[in-house]
Design a protein around this ligand. Structure first.
Ligand code: SF4
Length: 696
């Protein structure tokens, strides 16, 4: 019998935080096809069209295959020795002249845990600064902050299995069938088996068709919705008094606050009918097992972190946490957005969110790494760009991030990149960001990686390389170690398993994690030294001093960028099923044939008032920028709101986003941008940003 494939490798999807386990089938050094792992704990034999089909990018002809060094306005190919030596010379010069804090690094939520940990070590131990951050800053940092404040740990309280175990669920500010499709499918199936679903989003999402109720609050009013739900639960006797008394603190203050958020008042703020607020509260409050899921529609706001605390309030007052079916499930965006922060690629914490100022923790890392370590907090991503513009930051090392495309206030980001004396990018393609680099290092894609990712269930899962990086591209862990060695700090890891052994030895929450132990199910942290993991958190107590969950009495506050006469519509941004973030990978696959351009969704009433026709090109102007895009007239969006994604660089949606950010975490306010939309007279011909993939 002819062998169809040369090898088959089990790995984990590199797109979203669901963490589907995949079987990659390899022939002639290429991924020939991908199928779902039947025993994948989060996907249970399913994938979406990104995980299953969007892999051709890995052999796209424009993959970076050699190091590049800037000479004038051009790049020339270089050897690895030349590129590493250039990085050594420039970082050493800048450190000697301006000090280590003039250098900053970004780790990537696309990278493995081991790569993110090594990147953090590179900045802390080899360079000598805590200026390290990752892209969770611009998505779920509010979730992390709020969960730690309210419950103790920065992760989902349960697993996706809680979707099937629940009798009711609320989804707020997330569109799982597009952003997290396998979870979206699990929710659909659960509703068909009786799950009572409430969707809350300014835009009617696909799952709204499966819900018992959909609420469309005005963008930026999620806090009022949550306070209204809490009011009804309190008013109508749906509280769990025993749970509140035995396991929480601070309810009296919250009770006083929520008393002032009657559904009629909430209707005034949100536009949601009072009766719908009441019904939604009863759907959630009347059953024994109910869960809440949320996404970036909650977090990417001026008060996103406060809304997550209000979500926690609702769960605490009804005792719906720490049991099967009663879970708080943030839907994490990128494949390893949970892990990149867990691993300490943050300016203020080592692994498991332990402060850089904690003397015992810092000393443990000093002993392990053999270098003195700073106790001062480093820069967050927005602070890095600010410091670059005002001259305090001279160099950046950006691993796996296209900040010039995906971060807000694009003009400011570009100014920051242009202001740097030296920029290193480690990536798989030339991007909007690498245009400003002095050295570009060719890196590895997820199908070429070795190590672990941590999905949105806190689950460490093994990632195995199906194919080699193309040409002279290298695995990222190897590159980071080469740079560190050149800077005089030898990390000495033989492989990614050795990195995980060190992480486990230095981090009580991951004490029992090792590659050998992960197997096909993975392990959900915390993992005890004997390998016992934690499917459900907080069964008996919360991970806070005293073991009690903490209520937060936080009132509704106005969003940062409210609509006015000059900018009368509110833009909400999000993802589309076929593409992923900046589109760097999915635009180089057959998915481009499914969706080959960006568009702006606008309600028929607004379109008629503005003389905009379906398919017409429009100008969208905010207080900080302007873009041009095609309009699509649809009643999926509420009047007064418009929606677009950010997958196509020729549209550059993030030019519209200003510098407004979450008050506690600096997560940008992507979700509420006041805009003015006008028809354009001319209709320039459309050219896709990246042509269909030419394979190497
Ligand atoms: Fe699963 Fe997300 Fe990958 Fe789709 S993109 S296969 S839902 S991990």
């Amino acid at each position: 019998m002819t062998q169809r494939f040369d090898s088959e490798v089990t790995t984990v999807c590199g797109y979203c935080g669901v963490g589907c386990r995949l079987e990659a089938h390899v022939r002639d050094g290429r991924v020939a096809s991908i199928s779902p792992a039947l025993d994948g704990p989060s996907n249970k034999g399913h994938t979406c069209l990104k995980g299953r089909f969007a892999h051709q990018f890995s052999r796209s002809r424009d993959r970076l295959t050699e190091p590049l060094i800037r000479e004038g306005d051009e790049f020339r190919t270089a050897t690895w020795a030349e590129a590493i030596d250039r990085i050594r010379a420039e970082l050493t010069r800048i450190k000697a002249t301006h000090g280590p804090d003039a250098i900053a690094g970004l780790a990537s939520s696309r990278g493995t845990n081991e790569e993110c940990y090594a990147m953090s070590r590179l900045m802390r131990a080899a360079v000598g600064t805590n200026n390290i951050d990752n892209c969770s800053r611009v998505c779920h940092s509010p979730t992390s902050w709020a969960l730690r404040k309210s419950l103790g740990l920065s992760g989902a309280t349960g697993s996706f299995d809680d979707i099937e175990a629940a009798q009711a669920a609320i989804i707020i500010g997330a569109n799982p069938t597009e952003g997290h499709p396998v979870v979206g499918a699990r929710i659909k199936q659960a509703t068909l088996r009786g799950l009572a679903l409430v969707t809350i989003d300014p835009r009617r999402i696909e799952l709204s068709d499966y819900a018992v109720l959909h609420l469309s609050p005005r963008p930026g009013t999620n806090a009022a919705v949550m306070l209204g739900l809490a009011h009804v639960v309190w008013r109508d006797g749906l509280l769990d008094h025993d749970f509140i008394a035995a396991r929480t603190e601070g309810f009296d203050e919250v009770q006083e606050l929520i008393a002032t958020y009657a559904p009629e008042q909430v209707h005034e703020i949100t536009g949601v009918p009072a009766a719908d607020i009441e019904r939604a509260a009863h759907v959630y409050g009347e059953v024994d097992r109910a869960s809440i899921l949320w996404g970036l529609g909650v977090t990417e706001h001026l008060y996103g972190s406060e809304v997550v605390r209000l979500i926690c309030n609702l769960a605490l007052m009804t005792g719906k946490v720490g049991r099967p079916g009663a879970a708080l499930l943030p839907l994490r965006g990128q494949n390893n957005v949970q892990g990149s922060s867990d691993m300490g690629a943050l300016p203020d914490t080592y692994t498991a969110y332990r402060s850089v100022a904690d003397e015992d923790v810092a000393q443990a890392f000093e002993r392990a790494w053999g270098e003195p370590l700073s106790r001062e907090k480093g820069y967050t991503i927005p602070q890095m760009f600010g410091a670059a513009v005002d001259g305090r930051l001279k160099a950046m090392y950006i691993f796996g991030e296209d900040v010039a495309q995906s971060d807000p206030n694009t003009a400011h980001v570009i100014k920051a990149l242009e202001s740097l004396e030296f920029l290193v990018c480690q990536d798989i393609f030339q991007t909007e960001t690498t245009r400003y680099a002095d050295v570009v290092l060719p890196a590895s894609a997820f199908l070429e990686k070795d190590g672990t990712f941590t999905n949105a269930e806190r689950r460490f899962q093994l990632v195995a390389p199906a194919i080699d990086p193309p040409g002279n591209a290298k695995p990222d862990l190897e590159i980071i170690q080469m740079v560190s060695r050149a800077l005089g700090h030898e990390m000495g890891y033989a492989d990614s398993a050795a990195v995980m052994d060190e992480i486990a030895a230095l981090t009580p929450e991951y004490a029992g994690v090792s590659h050998a132990r992960l197997g096909r199910r993975g392990l959900q942290w915390p993992v005890a030294a004997d390998g016992t993991d934690s499917v459900i958190l907080y069964r008996d107590q919360f991970e806070l001093p005293g073991g009690r969950g903490r209520f937060a009495a936080l009132p509704y506050k106005q969003p940062g960028d409210a609509a006015d006469q000059e900018f009368p519509l509110v833009l909400v941004t999000g993802r589309r099923l076929q593409h992923y973030n900046a589109g760097t990978m999915t635009r180089r696959t057959g998915n481009l044939q499914l969706v080959d351009r960006e568009w702006l969704e606008i309600h028929p009433d607004d379109a008629e008032r503005l003389w905009i026709e379906d398919g017409q090109r429009v100008s969208v102007r905010s207080r900080v920028g302007r873009i041009e895009v095609e309009a699509r007239v649809t009643d999926r969006i509420e009047p007064g709101h418009v929606f677009t994604a950010f997958h196509f660089p020729e549209v550059r949606t993030n030019l519209l986003i200003g510098s407004s950010a979450d008050v506690n975490t600096s997560c940008p306010e992507y979700k509420v941008v006041a805009v003015d939309v006008r028809p354009m007279a001319e209709q320039p011909a459309f050219t896709p940003a990246v042509p269909e993939p030419a394979l190497i």
